[in-house]
Design a protein around this ligand. Sequence first.
Ligand code: UDX
Length: 444
Amino acid sequence: MRITVVGTGYVGLVSGACLADVGNDVLCLDVDPAKIQTLQQGGIPIHEPGLPELVRRNVEAGRLRFTTDVEAAARYGTVQFIAVGTPPDEDGSADLQYVLAAARNIGRYMDGYRVVVDKSTVPVGTADKVRATIAEELAARGAAIDYSVVSNPEFLKEGAAVEDFMRPDRIIIGADDERAIDCMRELYAPFQRNHARQLVMDVRSAELAKYAANAMLATRISFMNELANLAETLGADIEQVRQGIGSDPRIGWHFLYAGCGYGGSCFPKDVKALVRTGREHGHELGLLAAVEAINRRQKLRVVDKVVRRFGEDLRGRHFALWGLAFKPETDDMREAPSRVVLEELFARGATVAAYDPAASREARRIFGQETRLGCVERPMQAIEGADALIVLTEWKEFRSPDFERIRAQMRQPVVFDGRNIYEPAVMRRYGIEYFGIGRRCRAA
Ligand code: UDX
């Protein structure tokens, strides 16, 4: 099949490369010439395991190509994926200008039947707007060409996106006509393993399902974070509580980890957007508004603990920070807890030496002018002379550090663990003053 993917961001690039890998011919379009040039020269603008090999293999095979030519892209694929960004507006609603611009271009240049697929996370009702935009463009040039609009939300996790695309647990196809359904079924046939993974439903349900999935997962996290804070006061241990409930199959083990709050490009944006959609339609989604408020507060919990230990005035204090990315295996710092923590530490006069296996460059871009931040190349470099170590991302390499050395090289052996990767008892044994989230630690 011939496929066009509009937008070579994270979702577009992964989808394009995976679709090419099963034999389709894929043309990826982006308005950013620098990005397209990088891709044409074999560079990958994002950090995602497995993606560079996948892109290289399919570019070499001639199945995956990149362009900035809007007209050629609209004429190329029978299937046109829209995978552009939907950043939040100031009021929390998703900004659809890029999605609708993509639709406009498709309508302007398409020369035969097209299945236009919304892959970006978009508010319920967007498919109707995409349909209307294309209709407008066709009418403007007096063309009568048939097309379908489909909602096909992505459920890719950063750091596991290739695997998630290749081996999905479900493929949601929201479509209202048979021609589009048949086309999407054929397109995704290679990605079902031993049983059907395709769920065909109406467009609006597909659009809402995407928000429902992310909102549910975010709710679980905020629920555990709220209980973690209570556990601290009660002298209970949230890790024990987690184990006590996760073994119930109705609850399950996933997404029950208390910590310094969720970040990333999806959860914060989607929860806010869903609350906003509710409001627009006269529904106050109180539960999700609380999920969002709890998460905002949770990102400050680590700072609260630091302030309780060292005082409000942190001038002259120096902290080691491990983990800048919003989660391991990515260099993405969108809505990362580290951003809030760093800003709060700087505002109180502290200096920070930060280490992250992937996100240092991104941190330098974000905090470019901040002289209080130094990004270092090795975890142990950050530790030297620090008043405390703050861990904000659970990268594998942080799990078993040399605690003796940590204790010896720090000004004082204090660890604030925003991801509960260490055991309080072990830290006590090493003589390290330890503060986890919702754990029984030395008086926090
Ligand atoms: C998420 C969804 O999982 C994915 O299906 C969707 O398509 C996009 O959004 P992603 O943002 O890549 O994916 O990351 P995810 O692994 O879901 O983690 C999100 C955030 O929640 C991270 O900051 C993570 O640290 C945090 N988290 C996750 C917790 O705090 N506790 C948990 O138990 C799980």
